[in-house]
Design a protein around this ligand. Structure first.
Ligand code: GRF
Length: 190
């Protein structure tokens, strides 16, 4: 069995969905570490309650990105992590971690990449008045939301006009697509 780390700095609804899929024996893995770039978050609170090891940090407390990423690497090694799952982590992964985890970092993004990269993908889709958006799971490279695509699912938003409605539907897709994709990626690793 290969251990995973989840990097989540916000609500952590994807983190919970992954955790639940593991409890349901849908994925053969263990979350041995949660990393958060905020000292307080719902994701962190829940991980602590579950007894998952946590590493929460403030980037400002370190002298450089390399310095905090070296600290994260230590935590990843200590917890025997083989796959990094980004789920609402608010920082770009730098060279320090990327070089040690080649093709072993994945991210979920609320758009059909390559459309609407970066922050507020739902807002960008609304602004562009597209009728279809969706969710992408991709490998992480040095760019922002540019790595190789692993899975995508479309969402018809032509009848959804409020941001909250779209976000609810996006999350529903994410909570199924991410666990299913993590399962596939882990199987490919073994
Ligand atoms: C998700 O919409 C994901 O696509 C994006 O960040 C959000 C995290 O949501 N990368 P949550 O914290 O898992 O609820």
């Amino acid at each position: 069995m290969k251990n995973i780390a989840v990097f989540a700095s916000g609500t952590g609804s994807n983190f919970l969905a992954i955790h639940q899929a593991i409890l349901n024996n849908e994925i053969n893995t263990k979350i041995t570490l949660l990393v958060s770039d905020r000292s307080k978050s719902k994701a962190l609170e829940n991980a602590k309650k579950m007894g998952i090891n946590c590493f929460a940090f403030r980037a400002k407390a370190f002298e450089s990105k390399e310095a905090y990423e070296l600290q994260i690497l230590k935590e990843l090694r200590k917890n025997n992590v083989e796959l990094i799952v980004l789920a609402g982590y608010m920082r770009i992964i730098g060279k320090t971690i990327l070089e040690k985890y080649p093709k072993r970092i994945i991210n979920i993004h609320p758009s059909l990449l390559p459309s609407f990269k970066g922050i507020d993908a739902v807002g960008q889709a609304m602004e562009a008045q597209v009728s279809v958006t969706g969710v992408t799971v991709h490998y992480v490279d040095e760019g922002m939301d540019t790595g190789e695509i692993i899975a995508q699912e479309e969402l018809d938003i032509s009848n959804l006009h409020k941001r909250e409605e779209i976000e609810i539907e996006i999350h529903k897709i994410e909570h199924k697509l991410y666990p299913a994709t993590i399962k596939r990626v882990l199987e490919d690793l073994s």
